[in-house]
Ligand binder design. Structure first.
Ligand SMILES: Nc1nc2c(ncn2[C@@H]2O[C@H](COP(=O)(O)OP(=O)(O)OP(=O)(O)O)[C@@H](O)[C@H]2O)c(=O)[nH]1
Ligand SMILES: [Mg+2]
Length: 317
């Protein structure tokens, strides 16, 4: 009889230890959606958190046009970050579709990363502030680009935002210099709920390879052309053939008007050649393989205002 009691006690302790072990290994997963005005550093932040160059970055506003997921996996968590287009008042259909991605991201977040920067050229529209004020979803307000500012300016910004969004937790960061991102990540891990992973544990993104090629080409167009030109361009990958040693890519650069076609091609084709060389180099770095790239310029009249074209280009929800 005493022997049996001893066994019971041991079984009880083993059971308790198992419970403790299991609770420390509960898997957590969540959608962490990055939103904010154009040009504040949302894509720079996504890339820094994920550790890969998934989103294109330029100094021009409206660089990002899609919702782009970047997934961070650990043995005990899966964080699905979403980069989104900068929030603006839409002036044409493409911008309306871009804002649909933001609205989608407002609906399915477990945590919001609301990015603002110390310069804040554009104010976040009041309707978005109202939405974030009443949401039950935790909001981390990240004041970015503090590397380019002073302590006083950052404190001033933090004070302004405390008034505007009292429920938000404020952190000052530099996405470019990866300052304070470990604190952001640690807080996210605390805030996301327990749950099974949404994607395979080795997944990095929801987007196919062709998407990244078209984005790299668009980045080079944003960097090489002025004014309205980059905003009138869409890139469509016609063919992506992976061979043993080389990837062969054919892409169309679509513009809205004939006059824009000439500008993209440039004198004796020099401008287009430059885009091709820069895009090929980046694609080679992205895929870790030799790339052959052929670019064609075509006119797709007023594509930015055409529902069917926009749908075909992936701006559908
Ligand atoms: N100094 C400084 N510049 C930054 C920082 N983060 C981003 N930038 C710069 O800000 C500019 C815009 O960065 P993006 O990441 O493209 O901004 P975004 O919010 O994704 O912009 P959209 O996609 O157009 O809405 C780029 O020139 C970045 O190099 C930062 O922490 N410090
Ligand atoms: Mg962006």
């Amino acid at each position: 009889m005493p022997e049996l009691r001893c066994k019971d006690i041991i079984t009880f302790f083993v059971f308790q230890i198992n419970l403790i072990n299991n609770s420390s290994h509960i898997h957590k997963s969540g959608f962490v959606n990055i939103i904010g005005c154009p040009n504040v550093g949302k894509s720079t932040l996504l890339n820094a958190l994920v550790g890969e160059r998934l989103s294109i970055i330029t100094s021009k506003a409206q660089t990002t046009r899609h919702r782009i997921m970047g997934i961070v996996n650990t043995s005990h968590s899966q964080v699905v970050f979403s980069d989104t287009p900068g929030i603006l008042k839409p002036m044409y259909k493409l911008q309306e579709k871009m804002m649909q991605f933001v609205i989608e991201a407002l609906a399915d977040a477990d945590v919001f990363l609301l990015i603002t920067d110390v310069f804040e050229d554009i104010e976040l529209q009041p309707e978005y502030i109202e939405k974030l004020k009443v949401t039950k979803t935790p909001v981390l307000l990240l004041i970015n680009k503090i590397d380019a500012s002073t302590q006083e300016k950052v404190e001033e910004k933090a004070h302004e935002w405390r008034e505007k969004l009292p429920n938000a937790e404020i952190l000052a960061i530099s996405a470019l210099q990866k300052f304070n991102l470990d604190r952001v990540m640690a807080r996210i891990e605390e805030l996301i709920p327990a749950g099974e992973p949404y994607y395979d544990k080795d997944a990095l993104t929801d987007k196919p390879e062709r998407f990244f090629v078209s984005e790299i080409i668009r980045e080079k167009i944003l960097l090489n052309y002025k004014k309205e030109i980059p905003y009138s361009v869409e890139v469509v990958i016609n063919s992506f053939k992976e061979e043993k040693k080389i990837i062969r890519i054919q892409a169309d650069i679509l513009v809205e008007r004939d006059s824009q076609k000439g500008i993209i091609i440039g004198n004796k084709g020099e401008a287009l050649k430059k885009v091709g060389i820069q895009a090929r180099k980046d694609c080679e770095a992205f895929f870790g393989k030799q790339v052959h790239m052929e670019l064609f310029v075509k006119v797709s009249k007023d594509w930015r205002s055409n529902d069917l074209r926009l749908k075909n280009f992936g701006y559908n929800h």
